[in-house]
Write a protein that binds this ligand. Sequence first.
Ligand code: NAP
Length: 273
Amino acid sequence: MLRSVFRCLRNNPVAGQRSMSQSSLAGKVAIVTASTDGIGLAAAQALGKRGAHVVVSSRQQAKVDKAVALLKSQSIQVIGTTCNVGKKDDREKLVQMALDQCGGIDILVSNAAVNPFFGNMMDVSEEVWDKIMATNVKSALLMTKLVVPHMAKRGGGNVVFVSSVAGYQPMPGLGPYSVSKTALLGLTRALAPELAQDNIRVNCVAPGIIKTRFSSALWDNEDIMDGFTRLMSIKRVGEPEEIGGVIAFLCSDEASYITGETITATGGMGCRL
Ligand code: NAP
C-alpha cells in the first residue's frame, strides 16, 4: 500500500506538493474563542497541527494554562489568554495579544456559546434572551469586526462560526439557543459578500451532537440519545476532532472557492432551513 503511494508521488510530484501546500496553514495566525475544551480546543489542535500559530482563550485562566500546555506538548505554536467573549475589554485584549505576539491575524474561529435556559420559548426572560444573543451572536459579529481590518492588511483571511444542527431544527426546550444558532447561519451569509472584497472568506460549521461537557445532558441520557440516534445515519455521538478537522479545512486553501457556506457535520441528521 505505502509503496504504491510513494510510486504515485514519484511519478506525479506536483500532485503531492499541491495537496501538502493547500492544506498547510504554516505562517497563519489563528484566534479561536472558547478554545480550552471541546470543539474549540479540537479546532485549535487541528489548525495548529497544520502549522498555524494558535491563540487560545476562554474565561478561566486555569483552563487556558492547561490548554496551552497540552498544545505545546503536541509541538503546536500556541499562546493563550483569558477572554469572556461577552466583554469588550476581553475581546480587545485577545486581538491585541495576537497582534503583539504573533504579528497579525489570518483566521478567526468564533466558537463561544452559552445555554443557560431549558424550557418553553414563551417562558424565557428578557435578561436570559439578551445573554444568549449577546454571547452566541453579537460577540461573533463584534469579534469579526475587530479582526477584519487586520486580516485585510495581510491580504485576506478566514472567519468560521460554530453554529449547530439546532440552528436548522430548533431542539425542544432549547428554543432561544437554537434561534441564536440560526442567526449565525444568516450572519455567515450576510458577511460573506461584504468581506469577499478583502479576500476574506466567511463560513460556518453546524455540528450535530458532539461528545463534550456542553452537550452531556443529551448524550448522557439514554432516552434522549435513543431519539437522536434514530435521526442519525452514523449511529453514534460525534467527537470534537471530527469538527476541528472541518474547521481547519474551511480555513485552508483547499476551501478557496467556498464562502457564505455552512457545512453540517451531524452524522447524517437532516438539516434544512
Ligand atoms: P465545551 O466542551 O463545554 O467547551 C466550552 C468552552 O467554552 C470552554 O473552553 C469554556 O471555557 C468556554 N466558554 C464558555 N463560555 C465562554 C464565554 N462566554 N467566553 C469565552 N469562552 C467561553 O463546549 P462545546 O460543546 O465544545 O461547544 C463549543 C461550541 O460548539 C458552542 O458554540 C456550541 O454551541 C457548539 N455546538 C456544540 C455541540 C455539541 O454537541 N457539543 C453541538 C452543536 C454545536 P471557560 O469555562 O474557561 O470559559
